[in-house]
Design a protein around this ligand. Structure first.
Ligand code: ZN
Length: 329
């Protein structure tokens, strides 16, 4: 059974769907309907992803695939959007290209890997998605043929409308090579004779890069920015799930030191917010002009936390309005 959530009320009659989805019901953003994928399900060929339940119909909106290098990158860079997507009925999958087994200064790698799988699963649950963690060692990811073909297969199986990943100019080799692997898979997902055992995609998904502040060879170009203030608390709770990272490894490696971390859960969360707020507020500060354009001079100027994205040239190239409609703007 395909996953359907939130948007489960009666939306369209079967005849409306067969007529081509004319007449969206109140409460549904017409932009979402416009860009829904067409899928054959239960005999409704060329219909939306549908489930006929006692004369009502349920709809899955979008499939979103976020591909990060480590089992917390997706949450940090797109966790707010993930919450918004899942709230509007979209299906969100996080893939971590590595198992995260080097992200600590004390833990044994096998124990750390197990711990991080649990942390990631809990974080994804908070955000309404699911996490897949691939079996590449942390810090050792290489853009080889095996990884490329594996990613081509997985992208085809998920069949996403949108793929998000790191940009290729990044401080961390796992981030760089994750980006290269997605770029290498981008067009090839449509080539039938590559990995013929998994049906190829008819069209390339839209691909966009996650926000960063690196400037060479090119600074991040903001094509879409999303106000996530309404779900910021959920994002904090998702990040709080990554105990081994924010309260241990990153506190040790990036500061302000493990000694500064409280022991009580509620105090830890407050510490997390105090320590990481400035970092998580950078996309909004950096992308303020597009926030003002997107949300208006009032709201656009007030957004504290946002997530921003740059369209990748190697995926489908939607127009600006279509691109924004894919995101929970
Ligand atoms: Zn990372």
């Amino acid at each position: 059974m395909l996953k359907v959530q939130h948007i489960t009320q009666k939306l369209y009659t079967v005849s409306q769907v067969k007529k081509g989805l004319s007449g969206a019901r109140p409460g549904i953003d017409p932009r979402l309907v416009k860009w829904c994928r067409l899928k054959p399900v239960y005999g409704y060929h060329d219909g939306l992803i549908l489930e006929d339940v006692s004369s009502s119909i349920q709809i899955i909106m979008k499939k979103i695939l976020v591909i990060g290098a480590h089992p917390d990158d997706c949450d940090i860079l797109a966790g707010g959007c993930a919450a918004l997507w899942s709230d509007r009925g979209d299906e969100v999958t996080f893939i971590s290209m590595t198992n995260g087994n080097a992200g600590h200064h004390r833990e044994d790698p096998p124990e750390l890997e197990s711990r991080r799988r649990d942390e990631a699963a809990r974080a994804a649950e908070v955000l309404g998605g699911r996490y897949e963690i691939l079996d590449n060692d942390d810090g050792c990811l290489v853009p080889d043929l095996e990884n490329r073909l594996g990613l081509i297969r997985r992208i085809r199986e998920i069949d996403p409308d949108l793929v998000l990943t790191h940009r290729p100019n990044d401080y961390h080799p796992d981030h760089r090579y994750t980006s290269i692997l997605v770029q290498d898979a981008a067009y090839m997902v449509t080539v039938p004779l590559i990995c013929p055992e998994v049906p190829h995609l008819e069209t390339n998904p839209v691909i966009a890069y996650l926000f960063d502040e690196f400037t060479r060879p090119a600074a991040f170009r903001t094509d879409v920015v999303v106000d996530i203030d309404a779900v910021a608390e959920r994002k904090w709770k998702a990040l709080d799930c990554h105990q081994s990272q924010f309260y241990e490894w990153l506190a040790y490696n990036m500061g302000p030191g493990e000694d500064s971390v409280p022991t009580e859960a509620a105090e830890k969360l407050q510490w997390l917010k105090a320590t990481w707020s400035e970092h998580l507020a950078r996309p909004a500060a950096s992308c303020r002009p597009l926030l003002l354009e997107t949300y208006g001079s009032g709201r656009g100027g007030e957004v504290i936390f946002a997530e921003a994205f740059e369209l990748c040239e190697f995926g489908s190239q939607p127009g600006r309005d279509e691109l924004r409609s894919i995101f929970p703007v």
